[in-house]
Design a protein around this ligand. Structure first.
Ligand code: BGC
Length: 791
């Protein structure tokens, strides 16, 4: 585990001051660079030692068999899995006779810095070879936000002692790297080991290119590199290539005081359709574009792109510097995952690691997109286009399941269901409502009626159709959705999951409303007035399970009468429970993996009274073990809402520091995108109280005692709303947009109209302390405490 304070607390950087081999894989995820299209793990330039080599292209996958001991009708037969493509990060250095390898000789200093304003990863190394020669190496790496196909590395070497030194740089493209075993199943391993078939290799003096194809999915990938060499010393440069690797070798003798500088331009392209010559030309052109900008140009563009992003996305947190750093780190990774994904998915790990096979889940729509909606809406538009592109697969899945409309997959890369486990897979039908809610939120925040007309309407209609066919009216007319799994994966295939029902209810109403706005388009989708009326009817009679006896809502019908989990007899080492107890036992008891009903109280807070929220929160808090990283942020939001700001702060820290502290001990497989997005959600929806239930933004700001200020911006219909929360008052300022623009919002229930003319400052009502102290299952409270106050 990355120990507390592994990275010093700095507002705009994540710095690692010494190389810790024990956490190499985790730091590779933390230091991963991506633009949503290309992703490079933070592997060392020389490739070794590594935790997990990784280079990914969004949606470049291989198909692998999904073996079942006992198969059933409708079980997917193959799944998609992300492929580690050609590694172009490699730059090896020979110092006289010895390869620079930090495991040998002496590592006199080693520092890596992720710069979140520049969008670069810096590394500086001072190394003494076993033969006693010293070099300093500085490298800076970027994956360009502006040039989608391009990455670049600026690599500089200096002699650090007083004698001339012979240096050989070998810069490479390597396909089919050896990876740690990914599956114990030999059938799966057979597909995933050396997944790329060589098609072409080509070298020029300064670089080269490799083209490969996957064996089963038939996708073609091209990687190309080129180099610029600058030095006072005489150099030779030559390149050679073979099936799986291309190498450019740069040799020179460097005198003390001289520098050898190499800029490596690296580009990628992939396609399922384009011919080999077309792909070859594509990467050739991308390389020319990168060289045209040059290293300085790429750096400048990167900074400009990020300045623009931070201008409207930055969050200022005073009182907890760790959270300040972490929320920027989270936003940076969320942007990296979505910025240039361009109608491709945003995976649960982005492009930072192979975790979850590179699949996208509901994490995208319910955690990542809410953040991007208000900070970088174009990425949301693209993500919605991606879901829309997968509609054919979702229709087919629905037909297989004998349902109507669209059954979106629980996990996928390109659209088909890649989950082989029904109870925590397709049964989580709520993903349909999550997609619909992402459409609703995006349209509300942007008024982008083109997108609504072009794809939004169809997504709403097809998901509404799913609910209407999945659910049924009972003999009293009540509408039920039976046999489904909600967000809590320890309660599976049950009737009337409250989150699913409430989100489906909103989905049905949103669809019926959209049909009214786009009558012609709806007609083309075959929607009749009767169908839309049936949606409204189902929504109006949606069953919401409630236990009258103890006055709390039920997460699923009958939940509160299930046997209690024996928390007192569950030792700490038995968590996460799913790895130590059979699912059958988890499924039949009151134990909650992650916020479910509490999540419903966030996104459908309009369906609960304040008293109900408080009682429900306390009840489910005692039963929630947070074996998923998708829980802490929601618990923060509700804790803040029902009057526990100090607890909210602790949950905020857990969500925000999930990867910087490797809290779940699996950051090695990639960062937890939902939890990183959750840091923003915990701050803005928790301490800012942001909600949008009735189509208007409302806030209920209230800070924890540790925070002295929270300032954030939201993009809203072409305007920028700046919210500055202090302990006793909040200032709302409207920026950008037209000079006569106005905006209506609510502050603690009071309506405010903002104009561009002047900010509005309003007091924060005193918190009325109400409920008893919330309790969690023993040992399952928030994972991080508050650090001591600095003197
Ligand atoms: C969670 C899911 C989540 C998935 C991917 C699981 O552990 O229970 O809610 O979608 O991880 O992050």
């Amino acid at each position: 585990m990355i120990r507390e304070r592994a990275y010093p607390v700095e507002p705009w950087h994540v710095r690692e001051t010494r190389l810790d081999m024990d956490v190499l894989a985790q730091s590779e995820s933390v230091f991963a660079l991506s633009n949503g299209h290309v992703g490079l793990r933070g592997n060392l330039d020389e490739g070794e030692p590594h935790g997990l080599p990784g280079t990914y292209l969004n949606s470049f996958y291989e198909l692998r068999p999904l073996p079942y001991a006992e198969a059933g009708f409708g079980f997917p037969e193959s799944g998609q899995t992300v492929v580690n493509v050609t590694n172009g990060k490699l730059i090896r250095l020979l110092v006289d006779d010895e390869p620079l390898d930090v495991r040998y000789g002496e590592l006199l200093s080693h520092e890596r810095v992720l710069d979140m304003r520049d969008g670069t990863l810096h590394r500086s190394v001072h190394w003494r070879s076993p033969a006693g020669r010293e070099v300093r190496v500085r490298s800076t790496r970027l994956v360009s936000f502006r040039q989608r196909a391009a990455a670049a590395i600026n690599y500089e070497v200096e002699v650090a002692d007083d004698k001339p030194l012979r240096l050989i740089i070998q810069s490479e493209l390597v396909a089919n790297e050896t990876l740690p075993p990914q599956s114990k199943d030999p059938r799966v391993a057979a597909v995933l080991e050396s997944p790329l078939l060589a098609e072409e290799e080509l070298t020029t003096d300064d670089g080269g290119l490799l083209i490969h194809r996957t064996k089963v999915s038939g996708l073609r990938v091209a990687a190309a590199m080129d180099h610029e060499v600058q030095t006072e010393a005489r150099t030779t440069v030559e390149s050679e290539g073979y099936e799986d690797w291309v190498r450019t070798t740069i040799a020179c003798v460097l005198k003390p005081g001289e520098t050898l500088r190499v800029v490596k331009y690296l580009v990628y392209g992939w396609s399922s359709r384009r011919s080999l010559p077309a792909l070859r030309d594509q990467v050739g052109a991308a390389l020319a574009a990168a060289r045209l900008d040059g290293w300085e140009g790429l750096l400048r563009e990167q900074r400009e792109y990020l300045d623009d992003f931070w201008k409207s996305a930055d969050v200022l947190v005073e009182g907890d510097p760790e959270v300040q750093q972490a929320v920027r780190f989270g936003l940076f990774h969320v942007l990296q995952a979505g910025a240039r994904a361009e109608r491709r998915p945003i995976a649960a790990k982005g492009l930072t690691g192979p975790g979850y096979d590179g699949h996208a889940f509901w994490d995208t729509e319910m955690f990542v997109l809410p953040v991007l909606t208000y900070t970088h809406p174009p990425a949301v538009r693209d993500a919605l286009y991606w879901r829309h592109r997968t509609l054919a697969a979702a229709h087919e899945r629905a037909r297989t399941l004998n349902l109507k409309g669209a059954a979106f997959p629980w996990r996928t890369i390109e659209g088909p269901e890649s989950s082989g486990y029904w109870p925590a897979g397709t049964a989580a039908f709520h993903i349909a409502a999550d997609v619909a809610d992402a459409v609703r939120r995006y349209v509300l925040a942007t008024c982008d009626t083109d997108v609504e007309r072009e794809i939004g309407l169809e997504l709403l209609v097809e998901t509404a159709r799913l609910w209407r066919s999945l659910g049924h009216h009972d003999r009293h007319g009540q509408f039920h959705i039976d046999g489904v799994t909600g967000p809590d994966e320890y309660t599976a295939v049950k009737n009337d999951n409250i989150y699913t029902n409430l989100m489906a209810q909103r989905n049905l109403i949103s669809a019926a409303d959209a049909v009214m706005r786009y009558r012609d388009e709806a007609f083309h989708l075959g929607v009749t007035d009767e169908e839309a009326a049936a949606w409204r009817d189902a929504a109006a009679s949606m069953h919401i399970p409630y236990d009258e006896e103890i006055d709390v809502h039920e997460q699923v019908e009958g939940f509160t009468r299930l046997q209690e989990w024996e928390f007192a007899e569950t030792p700490a080492e038995k968590y996460p429970l799913l790895l130590h107890y059979p699912y059958f036992d988890l499924y039949r008891k009151q134990v909650v993996k992650q916020s479910d009903l509490v999540l419903a109280m966030h996104w459908r807070g309009d369906a609960f009274t304040p008293d109900q929220k408080l009682r429900n929160f306390l009840y489910y808090e005692r039963r929630t073990v947070r074996d998923s990283s998708l829980s802490a942020c929601t618990q923060a939001v509700l804790a803040a809402e029902v009057g526990y700001p100090e607890l909210a702060h602790l949950y905020l820290r857990e969500a925000a520091l999930m990867d910087l502290h490797d809290l779940n001990e699996n950051t090695r497989d990639g960062v937890h995108m939902a939890s990183l997005a959750g840091a923003w959600i915990a701050l803005i929806a928790g301490f800012g109280g942001l909600r949008d239930h009735d189509g208007m933004l409302s806030f209920a700001p209230r800070l924890s005692s540790r925070l002295s200020r929270l300032e954030f911006s939201l993009q809203w219909r072409g305007m920028r709303l700046r919210v500055d929360v202090r302990p006793h008052q909040t200032t709302y300022t409207l920026r950008d947009g037209e000079s006569d623009d106005t905006m209506d919002l609510r502050h603690h229930g009071e309506r405010i109209q903002l104009t561009r003319a002047e900010p509005v400052t309003v007091p924060i009502p005193q918190l009325e302390v109400s409920g008893p102290t919330p309790e969690q299952p023993p040992g399952r409270g928030p994972l991080l405490r508050l650090p001591e106050r600095s003197p």
